[in-house]
Write a protein that binds this ligand. Sequence first.
Ligand code: SAM
Length: 200
Amino acid sequence: MKQKDRELRVDFVGGAVAHRLRFGGGRGQALAKAMGLRNGKTPMIVDATAGLGRDSFLLASLGAQVTLIERSQKMHALLAKGMADAAQEGGELRDIIERMTLIQGDAKDVLPQLDAQAILIDPMHPPRKSTALVKLELRQVRDIVGTDVDAADLMRVALETARSRVVLKWPAKADPMIGIKPCSHQILGKTTRYDVWMID
Ligand SMILES: C[S@@+](CC[C@H](N)C(=O)[O-])C[C@H]1O[C@@H](n2cnc3c(N)ncnc32)[C@H](O)[C@@H]1O
């Protein structure tokens, strides 16, 4: 089968996600730090842009309770299936999935009904110039959901509703999001940056 014909699926059992679970950097990795996971501190997290659920799965594997919101029916269905398959495996995988609660809807409407401590936002970014470099999986997700043109509106709702922090996952070299106040601090990775707003 040609690589481009491979169907998009959510797989928490094999592949990259399982590898990261076994060999990932624990609470020292950038996402965990950005979300405020520290020794003795595990905030209730809402992942407002669930997508393939990878970030949520990682956070849940570190002990966090995560509520995932996904507005695309197709992505939501893929994610629900991936979560059910992983739960079937039992053991550690089921424990992780049990910490994840999946909701279908637009996070702009759902967030005000939740009592989120920490909110993660990872919108689809505008396409990069060299599209050949963009991973197949990312292109497949983009074919389903397009670009999240309302990301700034979602950020505004998140900043109004989070109790302790909002984290925006963004390409490392991208400009700050237009119309949003400056963040409190940033955590920089090679290709990804986490802009963190602390709520006081
Ligand atoms: C870049 S992907 C997120 C990837 C995810 N962080 C992961 O680890 O797999 C963005 C996803 O957020 C969803 N999304 C964007 N805006 C949303 C909103 N306002 N409410 C709910 N889902 C949203 C899109 O449909 C898409 O599936």
